[in-house]
Structures are given as structure tokens and as C-alpha cells.
Design a protein around this ligand. Structure first.
Ligand SMILES: Cc1cc2nc3c(=O)[nH]c(=O)nc-3n(C[C@H](O)[C@H](O)[C@H](O)COP(=O)(O)OP(=O)(O)OC[C@H]3O[C@@H](n4cnc5c(N)ncnc54)[C@H](O)[C@@H]3O)c2cc1C
Ligand code: FES
Length: 226
């Protein structure tokens, strides 16, 4: 894990999302599914983001501008520097027969994950064709649009790796109990110090930034305690 102020190379629109490309500097990309805390310009607390792509010399994050922090990140201009801490948490594990299953901004870690796993098949769900432009970043992807859900299009017989907004991971796990699932909780520090991300996992209160965000073969839902 390292901390650095990385220069913005470019911001590129991908449907309603923004691909924020940073010079990599000394920061390692880590394992897909791990995350980084990104300084949000003008905000006190950094925001957790999954690594989307790791081209030579760069780290890129796909960001959904849903609030002040994410909007400030999407508005960053080339040449600005953004403080980055990471990689943090536990990422995905390699499996024999992978299938990526995701929805909306939950596809953010998939381009990097897909490269790591050799472009396995993916089933991605979106609200609209505009949102589905994010699927162009994921090779070998089948896209479904609402009102069809990814769980309806998910073939069986694969090792599922999933990421998406609640309640999608829960629905995936009902069908594939052994799936690896990336969960979300609000995070203030990202490395176990603030206890702001505590969730219930297997009946125990745990910090999602330390135990997750990718959880495997859990028997109970990591219910938010906030
Ligand atoms: C491990 C991890 C990886 C993430 N990766 C990405 C990514 O690659 N791309 C991306 O766009 N977003 C990602 N997120 C979500 C992102 O961090 C939040 O959207 C962001 O912090 C919101 O900040 P804001 O200031 O824009 O909005 P805020 O004003 O902070 O939040 C807007 C609304 O969303 C809710 N909210 C904020 N953060 C979360 C959260 N983590 N879980 C549930 N509800 C939340 C708030 O309660 C509020 O209602 C990730 C989150 C986690 C925990
Ligand atoms: S975000 Fe601070 S302990 Fe997890």
C-alpha cells in the first residue's frame, strides 16, 4: 500500500460515467477488486474507488457522479494532482471457470479483472443503453437492460465473480452460493482505523475495508449496521 499525489492525465465520458485516468507514479495497481481511497477535491474525506484499468504507467477509475465527492473527481482537469492511497482490502481470487456478473457502476472493477482472468464471459445489466456504454470496457460481455435483470441472464455452471449495487449481490448469491461478491459500505479511512464501514458478516461485526470488499462463500448477508 502506498500514498501519492498522482497527476490527472485525462477524464473521458463513458455514458453517464467518467473514466478518470491518473499517472501511476509509485502506486501498484494491486489485485482486481481491491480499492483505492481518492482525495475528492474540496471535500474533507477521500472516496473509495475500485481500480478499473491499469494500462502502462496509468491507473484509471470509472466514476458515477452521484454526489459532491464523485462529481468533484469527475470534474478534475488534466494536470491536477489527486492524493491516492492503496491498493486496499481483499480482491477477487482466480477461479477455473469464471463468469463476471455485474450491474451499473458495479462493472467498474471488471475491465481490470477481465484482463487478469484472460477475458472470461461476462453478463452485465444496466438501466439504459446510455449506461450500457460502460460495457464497451469489458470484453466478451452480454448486456441486458432493465426490466431484465442479470440474474435472469446468468448461465449456470460457472464460478461467478459479481459486483453491483444492493440488492444485486444478494440475488446473485441466492442462485450461486459460492460466488465471490464485492460489497459496498460508506468508508472514511479505508484501512481499518475509523470503524465507519462495520457490517455484520457471519454474525460478527467486521470492517468491510479489512475483511472485504470481496467476500467469499459467506453464509449470511453482510447487513449494514448504519
Ligand atoms: C470498496 C468500494 C469501491 C467503490 N468503487 C467505486 C467505483 O469504482 N466507482 C464509483 O463510482 N463508485 C465506487 N464506490 C462508491 C463510491 O465510493 C461512492 O459513490 C462515493 O463515495 C460517494 O461520494 P459522494 O460524495 O459523491 O456522494 P455522497 O454524498 O457521499 O453519497 C451519495 C449517496 O450515496 C450513499 N453512499 C455513498 N457511498 C456509499 C457506499 N459506499 N455504499 C452505499 N451507499 C453509499 C450516501 O449515503 C448518499 O445517499 C465504491 C465504494 C466502495 C466501498
Ligand atoms: S473505512 Fe475506516 S475502518 Fe473501514
Amino acid at each position: 500500500m502506498s500514498r501519492a499525489r498522482l497527476k490527472v492525465v485525462a477524464t473521458e465520458p463513458v455514458g453517464p460515467y467518467t473514466l478518470l485516468r491518473l499517472e501511476r507514479g509509485p502506486v501498484e495497481p494491486g489485485i482486481p477488486g481491491q480499492f483505492f481511497m481518492l482525495e475528492a477535491p474540496g471535500r474533507l474525506l477521500p472516496r473509495p474507488m475500485s481500480l478499473c484499468l491499469a494500462p502502462d504507467g496509468e491507473l484509471a477509475f470509472l466514476i458515477d457522479p452521484i454526489g459532491p465527492g464523485t462529481r468533484a473527481l469527475c470534474a478534475a482537469r488534466p494536470g491536477h494532482r489527486i492524493a491516492v492511497l492503496g491498493p486496499l482490502g481483499n480482491g477477487f481470487s482466480r477461479v477455473e471457470n469464471p463468469l463476471l456478473v455485474g450491474g451499473g457502476i458495479g462493472v467498474a472493477p471488471f475491465p481490470y479483472l477481465s484482463k487478469w482472468l484472460g477475458s472470461p464471459p461476462a453478463v452485465l445489466g444496466f438501466r439504459s443503453a446510455w449506461h450500457a456504454e460502460a460495457a464497451t470496457l469489458v470484453p466478451n460481455a452480454e448486456v441486458v437492460l432493465e426490466p431484465t435483470y442479470v440474474t435472469e441472464a446468468m448461465p449456470s455452471g460457472f464460478d461467478v465473480l459479481a459486483c453491483g449495487p444492493a440488492p444485486m449481490p444478494e440475488a446473485v448469491r441466492t442462485l450461486e452460493p459460492a460466488a465471490q461478491l464485492a460489497w459496498e459500505a460508506p468508508m472514511a479511512c479505508g484501512f481499518g482505523a475509523c470503524y465507519g464501514c462495520v457490517v455484520e458478516i457471519d454474525g460478527m461485526l467486521e470492517r468491510l475495508c479489512v475483511e472485504g470488499p470481496v467476500l467469499r462463500s459467506r453464509t449470511t448477508h453482510p447487513a449494514l449496521q448504519h
